[in-house]
Design a protein around this ligand. Structure first.
Ligand SMILES: [Zn+2]
Length: 185
C-alpha cells in the first residue's frame, strides 16, 4: 500500500481514499455500494450521488454531497454511471483495454470511484489538455455552467480519441446543442 496519495486538481475524493464509513441497514445487515452518479447541483457544484443497498432486505439509500463528503461511503471500486456510459461507447475491443487501464490507474492513486475525469486521465496519462484559445473561450462561458461545459468538452475529446480540446471541437459541441434546441421548437 502506498502511504502517500498523489494529488491532481481534477481528481476527487483523494483525501478520503483511505477512509470508509460503513452503512448499516435497519434490518441489521451491512449495506454495500450499488452505484455512483456524477451530477451538477442547483448552484453548479459538482456532486456525487452514492447509492447503497442491503442485499438481504433490498432496501436502498442514497447520499448526495461533494466527492470529499461522499467518497468514504463507497466500499469498493465503482464506475460512475457517466464514466461507464463513456466506456460503453468505445468499440468493444478497446473497452476491455481501457477498463483495465483505468482501474489500474485508479488503484495507483488510491481512488475508489472511477469518474469521467479518472477515465480521461488514465487515457491521456494526465488531464485532457486544452488549447489556449479554447481555454480562453471557456472563460467566457457563464460560471454556473462552465464546469458542465468543461466536462462535456473533455468527454467529446475522449470519445474522439483526441488528446486536447480545441476551438473547432467547441464549435461542434455548440452546434450539437443548438440543433437540439431547434428541434424542440
Ligand atoms: Zn436490510
Amino acid at each position: 500500500m502506498s502511504t502517500e496519495s498523489k494529488t491532481s486538481p481534477i481528481l476527487s475524493g483523494r483525501d478520503s481514499a483511505c477512509r470508509t464509513v460503513f452503512l448499516v441497514c435497519g434490518c441489521g445487515n451491512w449495506m454495500h455500494t450499488a452505484g455512483v452518479d456524477e451530477r451538477w447541483g442547483e448552484r453548479g457544484d459538482y456532486e456525487w450521488v452514492v447509492r447503497a443497498e442491503c442485499r438481504r432486505c433490498r432496501r436502498h439509500v442514497g447520499a448526495v454531497g461533494s466527492p470529499e463528503e461522499t467518497a468514504p461511503l463507497v466500499d469498493r471500486l465503482t464506475w460512475t454511471d457517466e464514466a461507464r456510459h463513456a466506456l460503453d461507447r468505445l468499440p468493444p475491443y478497446v473497452q476491455v483495454l481501457v477498463k483495465d487501464e483505468t482501474e489500474a490507474f485508479a488503484r495507483s492513486r488510491n481512488e475508489r470511484v472511477l469518474t469521467f475525469s479518472v477515465l480521461a486521465q488514465a487515457r491521456n496519462g494526465g488531464a485532457v489538455a486544452w488549447d489556449p484559445d479554447a481555454e480562453a473561450r471557456l472563460e467566457r462561458v457563464p460560471a454556473a455552467v462552465r464546469a458542465m461545459a468543461r466536462q462535456e468538452l473533455e468527454r467529446t475529446a475522449l470519445e474522439k480519441g483526441e488528446p486536447r480540446v480545441t476551438v473547432g471541437m467547441m464549435q461542434e459541441v455548440k452546434g450539437r446543442y443548438f440543433g437540439m434546441f431547434a428541434s424542440r421548437s
